[in-house]
Design a protein around this ligand. Sequence first.
Ligand code: SER
Length: 586
Amino acid sequence: MNRKQLIKKYLEFFESKGHKIIPNASLIPKDDPTVLFTTAGMHPLTPYLLGQKHPLGKRLVNVQKCIRTTDIEEVGNKTHHTFFEMLGNWSLGDYWKKDAIEYSFEFLTKVLKINPKKISITCFIGDKDAKKDTESSDIWKSIGIKKIKFLGKKDNWWGPAGKTGPCGPDSEMFIDGIEIWNDVFMQYNKTKKGKYESLKQKNVDTGLGVERTLVIPNNLKDNYLTETFLPIIKKIEQLSGKKYKENEKAMRIIADHIKASVFIIADGVLPSNTEQGYVLRRLIRRAIRYGRELGIKDFTSKVAQPVFEIYDDYEELKDNLKNVYIFKTLKEEEGKFNLTLEKGLNVMKKEFFNKAIGRIDPENPPKGMVIEGNKLRIKGEKVFYFSQSFGFPLELTQEIMKEWGVEFDKQTMKEAQKAFQTHQKLSRTASRGVFGSGLADHSEQTTKLHTATHLLNQALREVLNKNIMQKGSNITPERLRFDFNFPRKLTEKEIKKVEDLVNKKISQRLKVTNEEMPLKKALASGISSEFNAKYPDIVSVYNIGDFSKEICTGPHVKNTNEIKKFKIIKEESSAAGIRRIKAVVG
Ligand code: SER
């Protein structure tokens, strides 16, 4: 069974059980400040899991591309990836544990034809917050499953990803000891006080990993040998002249990271030092670092080529011009990193080498090194410094030290990690919440900013021109950020005009209302939509008085007067032909 067949079978199976297919959304969550990437199929469904009515009903299914970087250190083994596809089915307050579990079992045993004896299950063991999930285990028993284990919150509980929100016990399915599917039963709401209250709308949220599942019908033992990776691995073998069998870790990391990078760039992100761009930069640089281990250079765009063939069912990878742009982005980042490496190496030499002898003088250790016994050792703080200032991964410094005969031992690692942790704590406080994952905590402030974004969008269309479209949006509790197509810098007058128009609409106390309509009708009547976004056949449209109409899933304020005041704090270029506005409210 190949990837496309697996996806088709899954969608058809759940369609036959009354589910409607929803689109495979962008990797960049829309209007969700708490996450950088779509990490699960439930992500784009956030408002509906919180109780809003979904235009397509209560039973949904899809395949969703996901990026997860929390497990990045694990990438290199057989089963972990930063980019993967997740098959998922949802019940929004409709069916519950019995149907969910029976559907999973039927799909595994009847469609994938897995021997039930090979399936083992875990369920939630229960604690002070929620009782033992015997309801699920009883259902599994009743359909003949014998291998059932009970585990605690760490393993068998999902969410809330933020501080509060829907969450619940989950039941995981394992084949040959590898977890492939997770049925989450969202039956609790965690409150601000840390209490678990029963939810009115009980949801089912499941996730089945495509790559992990494909190994089963194909009798493979390694995800990287499935067609979702094999052509990339072959390309790396060809470029390096080395064998996968002897270089599994490095080749897996390169294949995974370059694939993820292709998809991230395709969704509009460029390498940078903040947010998604920073993750992208790290992925590309980590791949390059492992490329050095294999002795390959200038390889990222070549390794990217097979990705387009494997995933030829993705519209975003079909545009030739865009594909050229993806290759160019990879190449440029690789070039930049090579320069940084060179620069860093020169600085390293300058700092460590004794000028007179042109190498390190072990008798007079340079700053950042210590003599221990008869050995010269580099200090972890210095390793951290090179990582921060020149983007040197730890392993790279380690490699160079080895060449120079300098010790890089456990103590060095410990010191470096300590320096990293102190730094991380600082930056985490600075970007509170942004690295979390899961349901958004739709605070009052982000809701106001969200409605203000719609007003801004329409004001720009009226002041500048009516072809303006949203190219991106990001809202944190502090500010909104809005990207749109426009060829030049806005004049001060124009900025003032836009600001005034938004404030006028705020003071007119316009009502915000919501309606559902077919996508075709919405687009035909000129309702605002996001450039390149994928929408379902029936969409929800938000109206602000008769000023603005936009396809959107909310949430929004009820009346514009709640926003109080709107102010543009920055107008800048975001990319060629794209301007970016940052604004605050209140
Ligand atoms: N949200 C759950 C998970 O990520 C099920 O899809 O595992």
